[in-house]
Design a protein around this ligand. Structure first.
Ligand code: FPP
Ligand code: MG
Length: 336
């Protein structure tokens, strides 16, 4: 399903925007090379774990978003290294959270293969996450204080989102507002910081910087909403992790919250402290796959996409803006 509502303002699917990374391909290549170098450590095991996670897939959505925002806001090639370092820093932070998240969730499969936690164990994965996190701030350290603070505040939100999610586990009274509060922190905060920093580095005015921060927030929310729907729709080969992981862990994902609000049978099953197993789990998963529920979830994600698309209209037309439009729309269509 393509977002049609706001398409009048900004073209989305022009043929040149379809390979949406094309306008920043060269920047992405440099990003990838420098990112790879930063994964190396004096301790071979740390480097091995970091390469295992980061080289083993990943959409590089955050670097792509930052580089496109930078260019779409008029950022010049002479200062592209700033945007590249910001892009790398966010990818490093994101990777650190994945290592820690799999420890917390007991996640054994990530990006279609054993997670670092499954392969290397608790302590090495924990320290490798810390290493990536420190690498990010080593890189950010040369930026002005307000930019470093933006990145740090996003990290604070990530931790709070993770803990809030844990606090809400198995809570059959969870509302959409609770859900939005969790995903704003655990996912969208990093995209918002990326949009804000990229526009700032490009020399954009205050209004545009705020617009790109809000746009990042909206993309991040849409991304997580679709991620949650894919968690129940699968298949495992596409999403790279077991189907129904959120339900199994009692996480108040989007389909769970919709389920507890609109389906009394599901709400009964999703009680505090109850871990669904076997046939009960399969049945609950079936209830969550109800096309009406999935359509409700998609509608919420589509609203965020429309919000992001509206904000794009504040930027001057460019190939970068077209790619951003395609990137935004892709959040609804993606299958992995
Ligand atoms: C993945 O979500 C997890 C996050 C987006 C945030 C995790 C945050 C922390 C572990 C806090 C630590 C923070 C820092 C800065 C190191 P998910 O579980 O919905 O995704 P998944 O299904 O891919 O596991
Ligand atoms: Mg997880």
């Amino acid at each position: 399903m393509k977002n049609q509502q706001t398409a009048g303002a900004v073209a989305a699917s022009t043929s040149e925007a379809r390979d949406l990374a094309l306008p920043v391909k060269a920047d992405l290549l440099v990003t990838e090379q420098k990112l790879s170098r930063l994964l190396d450590s004096n301790e071979a095991l740390i480097g091995e774990i970091c390469h295992y996670l980061v080289d083993g897939g990943g959409k590089r959505l955050r670097p792509l978003f930052i580089l496109l925002v930078y260019r779409a806001c008029g950022g010049v090639s002479e200062k592209i290294e700033d945007a590249i370092d910001a892009a790398i820093a966010l990818e490093l932070i994101h990777s650190a959270t994945l290592l820690h998240d799999d420890i917390i969730d007991g996640g054994l499969l990530r990006r279609g293969k054993p997670s670092a936690f499954a392969r290397y164990g608790f302590a090495p994965s924990l320290v490798a996450g810390d290493f990536l996190f420190c690498r990010a701030f080593e890189l950010c350290g040369r930026f002005e204080e307000r930019l470093v603070r933006t990145a740090a505040q996003a990290c604070i939100q990530l931790t709070e989102g993770e803990v809030m999610e844990g606090r809400m586990r198995h809570n059959a009274a969870a509302t959409i507002d609770d859900y939005i509060a969790v995903i704003t922190r655990k996912t969208a905060s990093l995209f918002a910081a990326g949009g804000k920093v990229a526009a700032d580095l490009a020399g954009a005015d205050a209004k545009t910087i705020t617009a790109m921060e809000t746009l990042g927030l909206a993309i991040g929310l849409a991304f997580q909403m679709i991620d949650d729907l894919l968690d129940v729709l699968g298949p495992e080969e596409k999403i790279g992790k077991p189907v129904g992981s959120d339900l199994r862990a009692g996480i108040i994902s989007l389909p769970v919250v919709l389920g507890v609000q609109h389906n009394t049978e599901f709400a009964r099953n999703f009680r505090a402290g109850t871990r669904l197993e076997g046939a009960d789990f399969d049945h609950a998963l079936q209830l969550m796959r109800d096309p009406v529920m999935i359509a409700r979830g998609r509608a919420l994600a589509t609203a965020q996409v429309a919000r992001a698309r509206d904000l794009l209209a504040q930027l001057k037309p460019s190939i970068y803006r077209d790619s951003l439009a395609a990137l935004i729309d892709d959040q609804i269509d993606r299958e992995d």
